[in-house]
Design a protein around this ligand. Structure first.
Ligand code: ITT
Length: 201
């Protein structure tokens, strides 16, 4: 029988990317908020680590199933690491991607140092309180204007190191091969496999 694991996010873009990255693990049946309801978790933490832990442990407790959560931030060098943990609400409470991108470009107008990184912290939590955490980083820089239609959030403004295209100009398979999310989730893969066959973990 498959082991059920809940994706503790309501962001449809994240769900799509997480399933494209981890959906191939045999013996795991992924559930989303469409299959099993759970309450919104307030992201009250000061760090990506705290928020990912809060989300995963709350959903594991509420559903009684293993839960996978992640928190992602864009850390811009010239802004001292901002927007970071506040990436979703950089331009206001309604998590508007376009407004966030405009605010970022505005703050970086005329700024030469455009280095930035995406950082994802992923957490797997079990209802018995056990947790696993992994981090993934993608280094890059902020473009002068938005380009591309793929992806979500800050993707139209983020050019990975060694690239000329933004993440939004890459087909989803390409982003998912190199992304911060891929790197964090690969760190959680062994723990997920361990849920299916504990002896081999
Ligand atoms: P959950 O908390 O439900 O997982 P969220 O959208 O609130 O979803 P975060 O708190 O992690 O997620 O918000 C991070 C924000 O950073 C998100 O709203 C996007 O604007 C941006 N973001 C996250 N991952 C991204 C990615 O892969 N590419 C571009 N932008 C991303």
């Amino acid at each position: 029988m498959a082991v059920k694991v809940v994706l503790a996010t309501k962001n449809p873009h994240k769900i799509e990317e997480i399933l494209a990255i981890l959906g191939d693990i045999p013996g795991i049946e992924w559930l989303t908020f469409r299959d099993i309801p759970f309450s919104d978790v307030e992201e009250a933490g000061e760090t990506l680590e705290e928020n990912a832990l809060l989300k995963a442990t709350a959903v594991a407790r509420e559903t009684g199933l293993p839960a996978l959560a992640e928190d992602t931030g864009l850390e811009v060098e010239a802004l001292g690491g901002a927007p970071g943990v506040r990436s979703a609400r950089f331009a206001g409470e309604n998590k508007d991607y376009r407004a966030n991108n405009e605010r970022l470009l505005e703050l970086l107008r005329g700024v030469e140092d455009r280095r930035a990184r995406f950082r994802t912290v992923a957490v797997l939590a079990l209802p018995d309180g056990r947790t696993w955490m992994a981090e993934g980083v993608l280094e890059g820089r902020i473009a002068d204007s938005p380009r591309g239609e793929h992806g979500f959030g800050y993707d139209p403004l983020f050019i990975p190191e060694g690239e000329t295209r933004t993440l939004a100009e890459m087909p989803p398979e390409e982003k998912n091969r190199i992304s911060h999310r891929r790197r964090a989730l690969e760190g959680i893969r062994p723990a997920l496999k361990g849920l299916v066959s504990p002896a081999e973990a």
